[in-house]
Ligand binder design. Sequence first.
Ligand SMILES: [Ca+2]
Length: 338
Amino acid sequence: MLNAQNPPALLLLLSFVLGVGCRDRDGAKEDTTVDSAPKPTPFGRWEGVTAAGGLGTSLAAGGGTRYAAAPWAEGGAVWLLGAEDQLERVGGAVSGAFGRGLAVHDGVLAVGAPLAESGSGLLWRDGALTPGAAGELLGAMVRSTALGLVVSAQGGARRDEERFALGVRVTDAAALQDRLILGAPSAEHAVYDAQDGVGIARLSLQDEAGAAICAADLDLDGADELAVGAPGLGVVVVLEAGAGSLAEGRLIQGSGGRFGQSIGCGAGLLVIGAPLEGDGQRGAVYAVEAGSDTLVSLGSGETDGAELGAAVLVEADGAVLAGAPGHAGGAGLVVQLR
Ligand SMILES: [Ca+2]
């Protein structure tokens, strides 16, 4: 799927088509209201400069520096988001969807290139390369967590030299208390505990829960919950630590369009992307404040096919960035929405 001309759009569209008609949400509690106030003007805006590169496919920030990747053309590229909407390219000679996975961990930029070396993939950290094994597709997802830097690999994930072989595709990672949780949207369970392999039961076979996950104290009781995006159903489920099934969680309902494809936690916010929302698939981004049940719109894509919300990021100061990799025919766009 990563070899297609516009992989994110194709994957999203395919998943969307497969997910249509499945609205089985029995068991989970729905208690979210929607605030449809006018959308604010973006606080920052960075346009992609590479045709079909897909700027905004992935985002990362740390130490006051922000990065966005355009992995889909010319081997991929990672850009530092500068002042006055300027882009500054980082990294040396690269290939293989460089930037599909992106994180800042311990102040160091980490970049995955899953299609490098004929599908072995690689991880680039501050210029140092870690190659994947044959066919490993190392680096499609790269995530900084409180329990270490986690990188997806075929059938599981790596944390430094440690390998978690779950036999499933891993698309996200989060630290929930002292447990490392891996998201697995196409597996039997939605998420897995990396250490013991125990999974959390889905809402339905087509929910694609686990496409994106993050952990934060979203009800202000002092303990972190796990937020799980289920774009096949267009919902995000917020679960207490130790829950065995998504049906035990609190349901945040979007209005379709792959709501929950991307999520981000931080600064007392849960931010949710819905990259195919709207007739023209412009996409949209929403936020829920910790302690609140109100879903607030932060913005929508500027043009048809923009796919705003394909990636979202919350910074420590509460700034929210979102990627629209389909903007301008696939050159892509990153906007700061808050
Ligand atoms: Ca809590």
